[in-house]
Ligand binder design. Structure first.
Ligand code: NDP
Ligand code: GDR
Length: 331
């Protein structure tokens, strides 16, 4: 059976992708950066019950020698480069770190594959943030990019490096231009999880208000479990290519709040407050993707509705906080 190497395996997508590949019979390896809080680093892999089924290797995306060493040791058939400084808001405060990890880190992995394992298939986690100040109302692979944050600029570099390594060196390197995808394993700083966590706290009497920034922005939100399947499907194609992955429905932050609070029997207007401190220096106001190419070529389409995902996220956060109140582990 095949062997996969996932960078960013401890993140939301890395955990779901690892689970998906294990179910397909893959041997799954992951690059793990050292942390002083080692006991919480594998939380998502533990949540999915797979921490003992993946093989983790110490390394860091910004350390080329560790990337080379791990690719050499693992000899992967497929490499999924998901590691990144992925929080747009933080990228305005840490633009150089974001560039080093999110842009040059991808170049490191491309170099490691080119030098050590050029026959491996490579997936780059590109982003709808690259469309930024949108140039077309519905964004597809043909829509020009206009990045609006240091994060998006870094992703654009990584995206074009992936295209360049495909064209220059013949690597089977594909980019998935993924629109926002969420889940109960989403990082707490991202708006959907911040909202569902807030709903759970308010429902259980642990808090009364939730502070947010821009409520008018809209996002094309899908479920991470659906989206990781598209990553895999791209690497099964004979020819590497780039694909937009999206649901084709866009929803405002305000409407997401309404849905999440309503699921718990609450009125969002009683609890949500806004603060200018949470606004971004430049904002991506609207994103709406056309995944027609992926649908035709990969047979992929989003299957989880936003309503189902909101319900799953709110219910899971209520379970998590209830367990904490009762002094039980949530997993
Ligand atoms: P997360 O932020 O949840 O995960 C990021 C992962 O990268 C974590 O495993 C993190 O490790 C790891 N990482 C960060 N810096 C380094 C480093 N220097 N060396 C090694 N590993 C590192 O992101 P998601 O799972 O949500 O996203 C996966 C990828 O897809 C990212 O590249 C993101 O930018 C991109 N993307 C995500 C979308 C989304 O909506 N989720 C949409 C489009 C693109 P640690 O656990 O130690 O912090
Ligand atoms: P995004 O996700 O920037 O789209 O990047 P995020 O959830 O952070 O923001 C979405 C929108 O919500 C608005 N917003 C808030 N955002 C956060 N985080 N916190 C708040 O309190 C808040 N209030 C309003 C934001 O201004 C924004 O408009 C995500 C990441 O996963 C990237 O890595 C990925 O590439 C893109 O999605 C596609």
């Amino acid at each position: 059976m095949k062997t996969a190497l996932i960078t960013g395996i401890t993140g939301q997508d890395g955990a779901y992708l690892a689970s998906f590949l294990l179910d397909k019979g893959y041997t799954v390896h992951g690059l793990l950066r050292r942390s002083a809080s080692a006991e919480i680093i594998g939380e998502r892999l533990r949540w999915l019950g797979i921490i003992d089924r993946v093989k983790l290797h110490d390394g860091d995306l910004i350390d080329l020698s560790s990337c080379i060493r791990i690719v050499e040791a693992v000899k992967p058939d497929e490499v999924y480069n998901l590691a990144a400084q992925s929080f747009v808001h933080a990228s305005f405060q840490q633009p150089l770190l974001t560039g080093t990890v999110t842009a040059l880190g991808a170049a490191n992995m491309l170099e490691a594959v080119r030098i050590v394992r050029p026959e491996a298939r490579f997936y780059q986690a590109s982003s709808s943030e690259m469309f930024g100040k949108i140039q077309e109302p519905i964004q597809s692979e043909r829509t020009p990019f206009y990045p609006r944050s240091p994060y998006a600029v870094a992703k654009l570099y990584a995206h074009w490096m992936t295209v360049n390594y495909r064209e220059s060196f013949g690597l089977h390197a594909s980019s998935g231009i993924l629109f926002n995808h969420e889940s109960p394993l989403r990082g707490i700083e991202f708006v959907t999880r911040k909202v569902t966590d807030g709903v759970a706290r308010i429902k259980l009497g642990l808090a009364d208000t939730l502070m947010l920034g821009n409520l008018d922005a809209t996002r094309d939100w899908g479920h991470a479990r659906d989206f990781v399947q598209a990553m895999w499907a791209m690497l099964q194609q004979d020819v590497a290519d780039d694909y937009v992955i999206a649901t084709g429905r866009t929803t405002s932050i305000r409407e997401f709040c309404r849905m999440a609070f309503a699921h718990a029997g609450l009125d969002w207007q009683d609890h949500v407050r806004t603060s200018d401190a949470l606004l971004r220096p430049s904002e991506v106001e609207v994103l709406l993707g056309d995944a027609g190419k992926a649908n035709q070529a990969l047979g992929w389409r989003a299957t989880t509705t936003l309503e189902q995902m909101v319900a799953e996220m709110v219910d899971t956060d209520i379970v998590r906080h209830s367990a904490r109140i009762a002094g039980r582990p949530a997993v």
